[in-house]
Design a protein around this ligand. Structure first.
Ligand SMILES: [Zn+2]
Length: 342
């Protein structure tokens, strides 16, 4: 009897403990309570609009922009929000958005795959190289995304533009399905044309990405621009001028500016100064200033020739012989005038 009472008593004790624990669980209080930052609504600048957030499929996105584009290229708009979720604490996203921020996506690099559609997909998804997007050539309305825009894709390799290096870190890569080129016995390259419908896809994609990240015209480049001694893509048949004229994408020179430089360059015998080391150094300085990674040798060395060829692929595609003729030099100067390095 005594034993029975003892067991009943023990059960009540155990039960009451458990129920207390249950009650505690129901009213969960974090060990360190989150204190509402009351001062937040009174801080200077709090009158500014706060970023609005929307949630789609469990992922949060900023839908408003707090940036001042005249002061900085920062922005909090459009991007998905990746936040910490520390146990017991609340991460607040809308009280203190900082003005001093910008996107990591600062360049847009265009490539061709030098492969047909199916092979392009295999290589860009199953091997050591990748791109954020792949623009096929199958005539449908699809563009394939292979890598999240917030992550690095392996498309640029050893690369540079102006003071930036290793552009995988800060670029979006777009691969365009195209057969590339064939070379004859002397090494002269014949490139393959791009399909009109495919170019329209590329234009729409570039426009969308460049607008969302506020990517400047000077940072929309060919793979051959950022790795001129290694790469030719997307080659001289990629229609940069059409993209500029019809979609306001990327850089192009003003014809009148170019003509002024051309008149000056051809007013004397261009050939006389052509092999002058001072002129070669001047060309190398200007190519470097414009953005190309090039060593100053004062000679028409292989690196300089391939860099001139890369420049011609982009801006003087009618003739890409790698020789800095009066027209190529005039275009380079016109571009530098139009897009001065800040
Ligand atoms: Zn490439």
């Amino acid at each position: 009897m005594r034993k029975t009472l003892y067991i009943i008593g023990l059960s009540v004790f155990v039960f009451s403990c458990t129920s207390q624990q249950n009650a505690k669980k129901k009213q969960y209080i974090p060990r360190t309570p989150v204190v509402q930052p009351k001062t937040a609504v009174k801080t200077p600048g709090s009158e500014k609009p706060k970023p609005q957030i929307t949630t789609e499929h469990g992922v949060e996105f900023f839908t408003t922009n707090i940036s001042d584009l005249t002061k900085n290229d920062n922005s909090v708009s459009y991007g998905s929000i990746v936040s910490a979720k520390p146990v017991g604490y609340k991460v607040v996203k809308t009280y203190f958005p900082a003005i001093a921020q910008n996107f990591r996506q600062r360049y847009l690099i265009l490539h061709y795959t030098a492969l047909p559609d199916d092979k392009s997909i295999t290589v860009l998804t199953q091997q050591g190289v990748s791109a954020h997007y792949l623009v096929n050539n199958t005539g449908d309305n699809e563009i394939y995304q292979l890598v999240d825009e917030n992550k690095r894709a392996y498309h640029a390799g050893v690369s540079s533009w102006r003071s930036d290096k290793n552009l995988n870190d800060n670029s979006i890569g777009i691969e365009i399905v195209n057969a590339g080129f064939t070379a004859d016995a002397e090494g002269k390259r014949t490139f393959m044309a791009f399909d009109d419908a495919q170019v329209k896809k590329v234009a729409a994609l570039v426009k969308d990405i460049a607008t969302r990240y506020n990517i400047p015209a000077t940072n929309i480049l060919a793979h051959s621009d950022i790795a001129p001694t290694r790469k030719q893509d997307p080659g001289p048949l990629f229609p940069w001028k059409k993209l500029y004229d019809e979609y306001q994408i990327g850089m192009w020179y003003d014809e009148a500016m170019k003509q002024n430089f051309y008149d000056f360059e051809t007013s004397t015998d261009f050939q006389i100064k052509y092999n002058d080391p001072a002129f070669i150094s001047n060309v190398q300085t200007q190519l470097q200033k414009f953005g190309y990674g090039l060593d100053m040798s004062g000679k028409w060395d292989d690196a300089t020739k391939t860099t001139i060829e890369a420049f011609q692929y982009h801006f003087r595609p009618q003739n890409y012989d790698g020789i800095m003729d009066a027209e190529t030099f005039s275009i380079l100067q016109a571009l530098l005038q139009k897009y001065p390095v800040k």
